[in-house]
Design a protein. Structure first.
Length: 164
């Protein structure tokens, strides 16, 4: 295992603070930050119309990012600002960890729907790069699919409780 490098990845509802924590971790650990939202916005700016489009283009990006991340982890820590929000989606991160033989931390940001919706409203008004407008109905649809990480999955989880 490459003990000097680490893969950091995020789990949390929309608006929980995954991108903010990703930027902080990248600075703290002098790590490479790869943001799925920014890649999607730059590569497919006109194609992202709904959740199905997100799924389709997310898969494409992961095919490109996977060998890149594995190679980078041989020399440097990586922060992936990609959602690891279901057991199935976390399998991809497990594959990265296995191929890179890297240490890892799954950062789980636990937040109430109220906190997330408040942060989403702020993000909708600020529109940082890579962000997209998210309404409450879509948030609730996406949140209905969310699965908190389980010890049975075998990840090293660090819990980040999100308060007010």
């Amino acid at each position: 295992m490459t003990s000097r490098t680490r893969l950091h990845f995020m789990c949390g509802k929309a608006g929980a603070g995954k991108s903010t924590l990703s930027r902080t971790l990248a600075k703290q650990h002098d790590a490479v930050l790869i943001s799925e939202d920014i890649w999607l916005a730059r590569l497919f700016p006109d194609e992202m119309r709904d959740f199905d489009d997100y799924i389709r283009y997310s898969r494409r990006i992961k095919q490109v990012v996977e060998p890149l991340v594995v190679d980078m982890l041989a020399h440097r820590s990586v922060v992936l600002d990609f959602p690891a929000n279901t057991a199935r989606s976390r399998q991809w991160f497990g594959s990265l960890i296995q191929h890179a033989q890297s240490a890892h931390t799954l950062h789980y940001l636990r937040a109430s729907n109220a906190i997330c919706l408040r942060r989403i409203a702020q993000r909708n008004s600020e529109r940082p790069e890579g962000s997209h407008e998210l309404d409450e109905a879509t948030f609730l649809q996406i949140t209905s699919l969310f699965e908190a990480p389980s010890p049975a999955e075998g990840f090293d989880v660090q819990l980040h409780e999100q308060g007010a």
